[in-house]
Every structure is written in structure tokens, then in C-alpha cells.
Write a protein that binds this ligand. Structure first.
Ligand SMILES: Nc1nc2c(ncn2[C@@H]2O[C@H](COP(=O)(O)OP(=O)(O)OP(=O)(O)O)[C@@H](O)[C@H]2O)c(=O)[nH]1
Length: 474
């Protein structure tokens, strides 16, 4: 235990006259030691999490237009806090899917817990627990963004210093604004020769009424200005609300299926504490489960045995399929009655397409692949359909064309399915002479002779606001 002795020594070296500092530093070292001794119990962080009451927790998202640098900024923050090693050789760490890496886009929101030391505490032990949620920038995935924001009290609004405010900056700003989040503007990529931070500050003032003095100027590439980011998170974003001594109540943010571990739910603990072995119930289905494993994303699944009020982490509770893990559901202590949390707006499917196996005999393989993938992407709707030309297949609803493309690519890459997809269509509503209406997602399902006259037909329209630079408007 030479390492243990060194840790103890380093803990003692930083002892200050202040007793609180002393005990925290020593406790931190002890936790590290116990984790080294029993890594499988979740170690480092098990009982250490108890050192972070809600006032020492910050939960925030990074929101931005696509490619403005969210994932790179997230990498830098993870490095700054020692959550990942510098030069870990895997840029955009939180972009884990192959499709995300190939296309350079974030598709799925990801969470990471960081431990950070913020003045005025004098010890060198971390004194804040910060949960960072990296969200997708493309409009098709705004459903992921709004879900993530429900677990946050604040957001970094990242804007490219050269491109300025773009369409998704506006859409994401309003998502965060409507969720009452504290917004910290971050003007990123100031290293670029065409960067014009003053112009971006003026845009932020004009469009969102953000005081220019609030903007942080950063380069996630060179590291310039990054040291201001986490202090701003701590000083400007409120701590999560919640009652520590109430029975446990948590919001189910996301779920995915792991071949070995089963359904893994991401949760935000709103009230109380959740321990391994606890019995919990779903407010949506009434089913009860035993907590088999619980922990944080640090940045990978790290068992801790417990999660306290205000913390964000994962729970494994023997759910068989992600259909049981309804996103937006409230999980709570079994046998207690609790007020369910508000949940989320359901996903609205904008585009429908038929998916068929390239070889008709592979229907079962495709069916299996779709089932597995929808376990990790609950925003896709799936119904079976049959086409005279293509045989048995599925009609799937997506949030947009990019979402459809990404789903298709994931089916092929992650599940080895060979897929033919039909031309995407939008849902239509037909109204008959008697006033009855029918929504049609697949042209084949519209009765060719319904026995009545079609009085009207509607297709989706959007109410759009077009914002263009004033130069082009003249
Ligand atoms: N010059 C410069 N380039 C940057 C900076 N930050 C990020 N980039 C680059 O900008 C590109 C997009 O960065 P990402 O971090 O993937 O952007 P994102 O906002 O996460 O993109 P999505 O996940 O698709 O929404 C990458 O090529 C980065 O290397 C910066 O501060 N300066």
C-alpha cells in the first residue's frame, strides 16, 4: 500500500487550520484508499458522494448549433477535472456511437460526472460535483435536448465566434429559456482568424437580451479562456432543488440496453437517496424492482452503491426491456405514494418510411435488429407492414430525415442488418364527407374505395421564422 501512504501524506500536506478542510481532504484520501482496496464496490465514490449535498452540486447542459464546438468543449472540461486523461486519443469523448464519430455529430445526449475544486475552499480536494450533459445540435434531435434539460438548472450556450448565432442556437436557447435554466453564453473558437466576438455579443444582446459582459470567450482548441467556465457554472447556476429527507423520487431521463447488464436507466434524483438493494416502483406502470446496481457516469459506468438528492447517475434494476423504462417516468420508493414529476412532451414523428430486409428471408434478423436499436432510441415508432413488392417489413416514424438516416446507418453498422428503405413520407390527414378524419402514414393504408367522398386533405406545415444577416436583407 505504498500508494496509500503517499495519498495520506499528500492529504496531510494540505491541512489548513480550518477543520472542515482537514476532514474533507482526509476523507477524500480515505475514500480513494478504500476504492483501491475494493474497486468492485464502486469504491472512490461510494460513500464520498455523501459529501456533496445539493448546494455542492451543479447540473448543466451544453447546447449549441451543430459544429459550434460542444463536444470539444465537453472534452476539455472532462480533462480539466481529471475525469479523462489529457490527450486520451479519442476526441469528442462523449460521442460514443460509431455513427457519431463518422459523421462528427452528436446523436445521443451523454452525461458525465466530474469532481471539481472551486475556491474559496483551500484544500486541494474537490468540493463540487458537476454533472455535464452533452446534447445533440441538430434539430432532429431536439427531443434529446429537451429531455436532458429537465435534469439541469443551467446551460452553456455555445456560439461559434465566426459564424455567430445560427438556427439551432435560437431553438436551443428557447428550449433552455422555457425550462427556466440559467444560461451562460460561451463564445467559442475565438482562435479563428475570422472570429468576431464583439459582433456575436451584439447578436446575443439583440436576439436574447443577454448582457454582453456575461459572455465567456473561449477556444476549446487552444484552451484559451477555459479556466473561467467551471467557476461560472458554480457561481451562476443554482444548485438542484429537492428534499434530502423525503422518500426517494427520481426522473427517468434515458435508458438503453446493454447485452450483459440489461436495461440501464439514466436518472436524476429529485428527492431522497437511492441505495443498492432498495425497492423502487414505476409511477407509470406500478411495477416494482430491486435496485441491483447504482452509480455515476465517471465518465463510464462507475458503481457507487448510492445516489443522493440532486445527483445524476444510472440505475440497473432488472427491467427486461426498455419498454418498461418509459422515458420521463417517475421512479420512487416502492409502497410510498408520490406526486409524479412532470415528465416530457412526447416525441412527434415527422417522417415515416418503410424498412424491409434486403433479402426477404432475413425478416427475423431485421426484426431483432430494430427491436434492439429501438431499445436505445425510444423516439422511433415501429409498426409491422406488408408490401406486395417487398414482403414483410416495418413502418417507422422518425423525428426528421437525419434521424432516419442515422437509424438506418446504425441498423447496418451496429446490428449487421441489410435494409431497403422506402421513400420517406409525411403523415396526411384525410377528411371524409361525413366529417370523419383518418391519419395516414403509409399511402398503402388509404382505402382506395372508402364508399365516401374525400372532402379535404391536410399535410403538415411549419410556422417558421427566418432570420438572416442584415447585409442580405438590404
Ligand atoms: N478553431 C477551432 N475549432 C474548434 C474549436 N472547438 C471545436 N472546434 C472544431 O469544430 C468542429 C466541431 O466541433 P464539435 O465539438 O464536434 O462540435 P459540436 O457542437 O459538438 O457538434 P455536434 O455534436 O454535431 O452538434 C471540430 O472539427 C472541432 O475540432 C475551437 O475553439 N477552435
Amino acid at each position: 500500500m505504498a500508494g496509500a501512504a503517499a495519498l495520506r501524506r499528500s492529504a496531510r500536506r494540505v491541512i489548513r487550520p480550518d477543520e472542515y478542510t482537514f476532514s474533507r481532504t482526509l476523507q477524500h484520501a480515505e475514500r480513494l484508499l478504500s476504492s483501491q482496496a475494493s474497486p468492485d464496490r464502486g469504491g472512490v465514490l461510494g460513500s464520498e458522494l455523501g459529501l456533496y449535498p445539493p448546494e455542492r452540486i451543479r447540473n448543466f447542459s451544453i447546447i449549441a448549433h451543430v459544429d459550434h464546438g460542444k463536444s470539444t468543449l465537453a472534452d476539455r472540461l472532462l480533462e480539466l477535472t481529471g475525469t479523462i486523461k489529457k490527450g486520451h486519443g479519442q476526441p469528442q469523448y462523449l460521442d460514443k456511437l460509431q455513427v457519431e464519430r463518422e459523421r462528427g455529430i452528436t446523436v445521443k445526449a451523454q452525461t458525465a460526472t466530474m469532481f471539481y475544486r472551486h475556491a474559496p475552499d483551500e484544500s486541494d480536494a474537490p468540493n463540487y460535483l458537476i454533472n455535464l450533459i452533452d446534447t445533440p445540435g441538430h434539430v432532429d434531435f431536439s427531443y434529446e435536448v429537451s429531455r436532458s434539460l429537465a435534469a439541469c438548472q443551467g446551460a452553456l450556450l455555445v456560439v461559434d465566434a465566426a459564424q455567430g448565432v445560427q438556427a439551432q442556437t435560437i431553438a436551443n436557447f428557447y428550449l433552455a429559456f422555457e425550462s427556466n435554466l440559467s444560461i451562460i453564453p460561451v463564445i467559442n473558437k475565438i482562435d479563428q482568424p475570422t472570429a468576431d466576438p464583439d459582433n456575436v455579443k451584439a447578436q446575443l444582446k439583440r436576439l436574447f437580451d443577454i448582457d454582453p459582459s456575461e459572455a465567456l470567450l473561449t477556444s476549446a482548441k487552444t484552451g484559451q479562456g477555459l479556466s473561467q467556465v467551471l467557476p461560472a457554472v458554480i457561481e451562476r447556476i443554482p444548485s438542484p432543488p429537492g428534499k434530502c429527507d423525503s422518500p426517494v423520487r427520481m426522473l427517468l431521463l434515458d435508458s438503453y440496453y446493454d447485452e450483459y447488464k440489461g436495461v440501464i436507466c439514466h436518472v436524476a434524483i429529485v428527492d431522497g437517496a437511492l441505495h443498492k438493494g432498495d425497492k423502487i416502483a414505476s409511477a407509470a406502470t406500478g411495477r416494482t424492482y430491486e435496485v441491483l446496481d447504482v452509480g455515476i457516469m465517471h465518465p463510464e459506468l462507475t458503481p457507487t452503491g448510492v445516489l443522493y438528492t440532486g445527483q445524476v447517475g444510472y440505475v440497473i434494476s432488472g427491467m427486461r426491456s426498455t419498454k418498461e423504462a418509459r422515458i420521463g417516468d417517475t421512479l420512487h420508493q416502492a409502497k410510498s405514494t408520490v406526486e409524479p414529476l412532470p415528465g416530457f412532451k412526447p416525441a412527434r414523428h415527422m417522417v415515416f418510411s418503410g424498412l424491409y430486409p434486403a433479402d426477404g428471408s432475413d425478416f427475423d434478423t431485421l426484426s431483432h435488429a430494430i427491436e434492439k436499436l429501438t431499445c436505445n432510441d425510444a423516439s422511433v415508432s415501429v409498426t409491422k407492414e406488408t408490401s406486395t413488392a417487398l414482403g414483410m417489413g416495418f413502418r417507422c416514424g422518425f423525428l426528421g430525415l437525419l434521424h432516419m438516416d442515422v437509424f438506418h446507418q446504425r441498423l447496418e453498422q451496429e446490428h449487421g442488418a441489410q435494409v431497403i428503405s422506402t421513400i420517406p413520407t409525411v403523415p396526411y390527414i384525410f377528411e371524409y364527407g361525413d366529417g370523419s378524419k383518418v391519419q395516414v402514414e403509409n399511402p398503402a393504408t388509404l382505402a382506395s374505395n372508402p364508399g365516401q367522398r374525400i372532402a379535404a386533405c391536410w399535410e403538415p406545415t411549419v410556422i417558421a421564422t427566418i432570420i438572416i444577416p442584415s447585409m442580405l436583407g438590404q
